[in-house]
Design a binder for this molecule. Structure first.
Ligand SMILES: *[C@@H]1O[C@H](CO)[C@@H](O)[C@H](O)[C@H]1NC(C)=O
Ligand SMILES: *[C@@H]1O[C@H](CO)[C@@H](O)[C@H](O)[C@H]1NC(C)=O
Length: 645
């Protein structure tokens, strides 16, 4: 489906003009036939007509709303659909997870961000009648039936929009008169599909990627777009599940429902495979939870609970700090084959998901298991608030000789401190305190500037915190977004200054490469003799279609309203199109250094659809789509509701 413009997907009901020209002759011959009939025949026909007309009149009196099936679905469906997240419930504590993956995802960090008060203005874009309707459905302690009802209604809302059949409204009210009051902000979204050229291009790119996946790797974890095959890592349809909410947000109804039905009918957790607890939590559980909150579809909640129940096995270690891997079928948990340790960022980056699961299924076990890990890690000694990247499930202690980094295996520990604090209504102080301490540690111990252009970057810390290494993973580029999100939520303003400086550096790691794409790792020069700001090792020159910089651009744009960030993102997007797009999708490349020979890796990571393209779409929006005060994005870009405690 290469360059099919988005609009061509819509069904167009162009009237057949040929009918017009023959209209007159048809009516003449009709009249002739009528005159030929006998009087009896005529009265009989008139009688019949009368009956039909009265029947129609009676029926429409009761249900005057359009019949969904009579509307060209694609047409109506695609453009406008409003999502109403369910939200706000309560419970506490959570789960944990393990580590990383073959795909270097484990090292990646999610993002953070926030957007100030701008998004508020967005709220009232639903007509009053809809709002009432939605409030009825809304959050709080809604009962299961209500939720179920809501899920069904949502489907019709989506497909019928903007009119909700009145008959349905009545039915619901008589069936369940309970009025559920909103606790705080009601999460209303307006998802109208692409609103401008840039967003349209992102949707085109998404469809290009999706169609490759659909054709050659349907139901598998990843697409190999050049060899036109699928690749399985966990065997859980990672790309499909990571893409659900992206499609929902982009208004791709047909694709969304097809994927939704695959999850319903074909997703199975009864697989004899060791999966990484962290990756499975952020991608699969996160994707299911987010799809549930956006669509209200009960099926997703059930699947998330099934998965969560299995993953609880990971926490059965002497310390409660989870092992990295869980076998889905026999529920045995263990470390990776090469080490007894778990990864710090992994065991501390499952809490948003396990907490949300607990709250929507009303069972505290998930939240408690995961939250216990956070509480435990809080008690451990740290290095200026910073953490080594390995932790031992047996003893629950950090491996103090491990490196300290904001990149691989350390990154999202910091991210989830802030995001958990936000998710729980900013009421759990130790999360905020640990976060503030860590950011001070970063500022005082890790931040440096290059000699040539005074670019800000973040070092790693080696040898028990003794030695600085001027190496920055692309993964670190999630940090500007997280810092900005914290400022949106009231944390010190200087965090935003650091965010801006750092994001500029991240942007340059793209712009200064001949391909316009960032390498996986960049080294920086601080010496007076240095002739350039940074350099890249041959083995670090790959680009895996990672999202972190785009993610931070989105947060910074939404929080500062500075369109410069959108323009930077547009440049990066062009480079992805130019150097990573292949006939049947997008591919990682081995070198960003040589435009003549990028050495494609024949791999399209699930996070390209789940995160990178989603963040591009959000970044290019004219107005904020998500209110960052009421939604918090997990580290895989799956939006979850903010609770009030
Ligand atoms: C969490 O920790 C508390 C206190 O140590 C303990 O009582 C509780 O059983 C733990 N919960 C889970 C689910 O592990
Ligand atoms: C480098 O940048 C920092 C932060 O913007 C600024 O405070 C500092 O004065 C700059 N140093 C030089 C030599 O320009």
């Amino acid at each position: 489906m290469e360059n099919v413009p988005y609009t061509s997907i819509f069904v167009t009901n162009t009237p057949d003009s040929s009918q017009d020209s023959s209209g007159t002759s048809k009516s003449i011959s009709c009249r002739r036939n009528w005159n030929r009939l006998s009087r009896l025949q005529k009265s009989f026909i008139l009688m019949l007509l009368l009956i039909v007309v009265s029947f129609c009149l009676i029926t429409t009196t009761f249900t005057w709303a359009p019949d969904p099936s009579s509307v060209a679905e694609d047409d109506l469906l695609r453009n406008k659909f409003h999502a109403l997240p369910m939200s706000h419930q309560k419970p506490s504590v959570a789960g944990r997870d393990t580590h990383g993956s073959a795909f270097s995802r484990n090292q990646r960090v999610p993002s953070k961000a926030g957007l100030p008060t701008i998004s508020r203005q967005l709220q009232p874009d639903i007509e009053p009648s809809r709002i009432n309707q939605h409030q009825l459905l809304a959050p709080g302690g809604r009962s299961q039936e209500l939720q179920h009802q809501a899920a069904e209604d949502i489907r019709s809302v989506i497909s019928l929009d903007p009119v909700i059949p009145i008959s349905k409204l009545r039915k619901r009210q008589t069936k369940k008169p309970t009025i559920i009051t909103m606790q705080t902000d009601y999460h209303r979204l307006k998802l109208d599909g692409p609103q401008n050229h840039r967003q349209q291009e992102v949707v085109n790119a998404f469809l290009h990627a999706w169609n490759g996946y659909r054709s050659f790797a349907w139901g598998q974890d990843h697409l190999r777009p050049i060899s036109k095959t699928g690749q399985d890592w966990f065997g859980l349809g990672l790309t499909l599940i990571d893409s659900l909410d992206t499609m929902y947000i982009m208004g791709l109804q047909k694709e969304y429902f097809e994927a939704r039905d695959w999850v319903d009918n074909s997703l199975s957790f009864d697989v004899n495979r060791n999966v990484n607890l962290f990756e499975t939590t952020i991608r699969v559980m996160g994707g299911l939870l987010s799809a549930y909150h956006l669509s209200g579809d009960e099926m997703f909640r059930q699947k998330a609970e099934d998965l969560g129940t299995i993953l609880l096995a990971g926490f059965k270690s002497p310390s409660g700090v989870p092992y990295s891997d869980v076998n889905l079928r026999n529920r045995a948990a263990h470390g990776p084959s090469w080490s007894p340790d778990s990864t710090t960022s992994e065991v501390t980056t499952i809490q948003l998901e396990f907490r949300d699961l607990s709250r929507i299924v009303n069972n505290p076990i998930f939240e408690e298991s995961a939250m216990n890990v956070s509480r435990h890690v809080h008690t451990l000694p740290k290095i200026h608030g910073l953490v080594p990247i390995h932790i031992t499930p047996g003893t629950g202690a950090f491996r103090m000789t491990s490196v300290v980094t904001l990149g691989a295996r350390g990154d999202s520990y910091y991210e989830y401190l802030l995001k958990q604090w936000i998710q729980t209504g900013k009421k759990i102080d130790f999360l905020k305190d640990d976060y503030l301490l860590a950011i001070e540690g970063i500022q005082n111990r890790l931040v440096q500037r290059t000699h040539v252009s005074n670019l800000t970057f973040i070092n790693e810390l080696e040898n028990n915190g003794q030695v600085l290494r001027p190496k920055m993973d692309h993964l670190v580029c999630y940090l500007p977004g997280t810092l900005a999100l914290g400022v949106l939520h009231g944390l010190p303003q200087w965090h935003l200054d650091l965010a801006k400086e750092l994001l500029y550096t991240c942007y340059l790691t793209y712009k200064r490469q001949p391909t316009g794409l960032s390498p996986e790792i960049t080294f920086f020069n601080t010496e007076d003799s240095a002739k350039q700001d940074f350099w890249v090792k041959h083995n670090d020159a790959h680009n895996l279609l990672r999202p972190e910089t785009v993610e931070s651009l989105w947060y910074l744009w939404q929080i500062t309203e500075d369109k410069m960030y959108q323009d930077w993102g547009w440049e990066i997007f062009q480079s992805f199109l130019k150097y990573t797009r292949v006939e049947h999708g997008f591919t990682s490349i081995s070198s960003v250094l040589n435009p003549e020979n990028t050495r494609p890796r024949d791999m399209m990571e699930s996070f390209f659809l789940g995160e990178t393209l989603k963040y591009f779409y959000l970044l290019f929006s004219d107005k904020p789509i998500f209110d960052l005060k009421t939604w918090v994005f997990n580290t895989e870009a799956h939006p979850l509701p903010v609770y009030d405690h």
